[in-house]
Design a protein around this ligand. Structure first.
Ligand SMILES: Cc1cc2nc3c(=O)[nH]c(=O)nc-3n(C[C@H](O)[C@H](O)[C@H](O)COP(=O)(O)OP(=O)(O)OC[C@H]3O[C@@H](n4cnc5c(N)ncnc54)[C@H](O)[C@@H]3O)c2cc1C
Length: 312
């Protein structure tokens, strides 16, 4: 049984907000550095909609929740790690003295913060789309593509750049680009699409159809049914948590939405605040998130070791 965090008179060396691929990886470095670390997690990793995760070292095809549970189990072996199943509603302070408030009320104090809070996908409003997210409506063919075994695949145009995605998806199966109201690509792009054998469908989509969460057909507004095993799209993303903004961290435009600016050690623009994972990088997958977490965790540890030494 974990002790109540309110019982700790001393602050944690670090509080990690977000306990998924990035956060647990950061906490592991701090745990192994013999520091007291708290991991606060609201339990909503970005890929929770998927039934399997692909491409992660040694875990290809594993269920996302099981991967995270396994990582937590390893971390729980360290008595200097404390898990808090809650949402952090506020974080403030400065390097050496941060305070994190939980939705349930208690506060945690920490010398350093690691934000590993992830991002949220903003899905287009289309009948049958949200229910299939992570199974047959997808964003990343490396994560989910091989499994469709060369069956017909679609790309939903949500921005003029989506033609690029259609050029790529042909690696995984015969591809249709559904414009769904987006303008026809220019002549140069059309020529590339033709060279890659992409079919262009200008009509609007009425509904995605299929048994349970599978996709069998894209039904167009004019009534035609186009057989399809999966539909790819590129959602815009937003921060899953407002804490980075509240702490004053700088942001930049990533490929899909705003990301927290970090340096090579995953330090943000706010001293003592580090950020890792999808929230702080332009390209996203579990491996990169975990690797960033390792970088952030080690960097936090180094900053704790070396603080004040120069002044002595
Ligand atoms: C549908 C889908 C399928 C995917 N499939 C794959 C795949 O097959 N292979 C792959 O490598 N990648 C895949 N990805 C990408 C992968 O999910 C992300 O790259 C990865 O989850 C990022 O890890 P993270 O730790 O940065 O954030 P997340 O995994 O999103 O975790 C963030 C955590 O922080 C918590 N949190 C947020 N705010 C707070 C707060 N204020 N207080 C407390 N906790 C908070 C959340 O609840 C969550 O648990 C997929 C993504 C999607 C959307």
């Amino acid at each position: 049984m974990q002790p109540d965090v309110q019982m700790f008179a001393k602050p944690f060396d670090a509080v990690v907000i977000g306990g998924s691929y990035a956060g647990l990886s950061a906490a592991m470095q701090l745990a192994r550095g013999r520091r007291n670390v708290a991991v606060i997690d609201a339990g909503k990793p970005r890929n929770r909609f998927a039934t399997a995760s692909h491409g992660f070292f040694g875990q290809d095809g594993a269920e996302p929740a099981r991967m995270i549970a396994a990582a937590r189990e390893k971390l729980a072996a360290y008595p200097n790690v404390y898990f808090v199943a809650d949402e952090a509603s506020d974080a403030r302070g400065h390097e050496g003295a941060f305070t994190v408030t939980l939705v349930s009320g208690p506060m945690l104090e920490a010398s350093r913060l690691v934000l590993a809070t992830g991002i949220t996908d903003i899905l287009p409003d289309m009948p049958g789309l949200a229910d299939r997210w992570g199974v047959s409506v997808l964003h990343c063919p490396y994560c989910h593509g091989y499994e469709f075994g060369g069956a017909p695949l679609g790309v939903l145009a949500t921005t003029p750049h989506c033609a690029e995605k259609a050029l790529m998806i042909t690696e995984w199966g015969p591809t249709t680009l559904f414009l769904n109201g987006q303008p026809m690509p220019d002549a140069g792009v059309l020529a590339k699409l033709a060279r890659r054998g992409v079919t262009i469908e200008p009509s609007r989509i009425a509904v995605l159809d299929g048994e349970e969460r599978t996709l069998q057909a894209v039904v167009l507004a004019d009534g035609r049914r186009i057989a399809m095993a999966a539909l790819y799209l590129t959602p815009r993303t937003v921060m899953a948590s407002p804490l980075a903004e509240r702490l004053g961290c700088s942001f930049e435009d990533g490929f899909f939405g705003p990301i927290i600016v970090t340096d090579g050690k995953k330090a943000t623009s706010v001293p003592g605040v580090f950020a890792a994972g999808d929230a702080a990088r332009g390209m996203h997958n579990a491996t990169w998130a975990s690797a960033d977490g390792v970088t952030a965790g080690a960097a936090v540890h180094h900053s704790l070791i070396f603080e004040g030494l120069d002044a002595a």
